[in-house]
Design a binder for this molecule. Structure first.
Ligand SMILES: [Zn+2]
Length: 103
């Protein structure tokens, strides 16, 4: 019965979805989440979004999540420069590629 699930429970499952995709969920929580996703369409969609996000952007998300602890490591200017240079290179490459593609 979906009526038995309170609204704040859905929030909790959204949170569990995020944690699951970050790979930090206990097996008991996993079981609970999977059970809920079986009958809850909205939470399934949220879960799917987190899954896509995890595949494409979890390093950024994880860094954001642990920003306080990570700050010491991230205070490395050289690493930051290298990362930025790589992003810019990728960006330029995709721009160059798009020139060859039909508009
Ligand atoms: Zn739900």
């Amino acid at each position: 019965m979906t009526e038995a699930v309170r609204l704040d429970d859905h929030d909790r499952f959204h949170e569990l979805s995020a944690l699951a995709n970050a790979g930090v969920l206990s097996s008991a929580e996993w079981a609970e989440l999977k059970g809920h996703l079986q009958f809850c369409e909205p939470c399934r969609e949220v879960h799917e979004q987190y899954r896509l996000l995890a595949r494409e952007g979890i390093p950024g998300l994880a860094a954001l999540h642990n920003s306080e602890q990570e700050e010491i490591n991230w205070d490395d200017a050289a690493t930051r420069q290298k990362l930025l240079a790589r992003i810019r290179k990728e960006d330029r490459r995709s721009q160059e590629l798009s020139r060859f593609l039909p508009a």
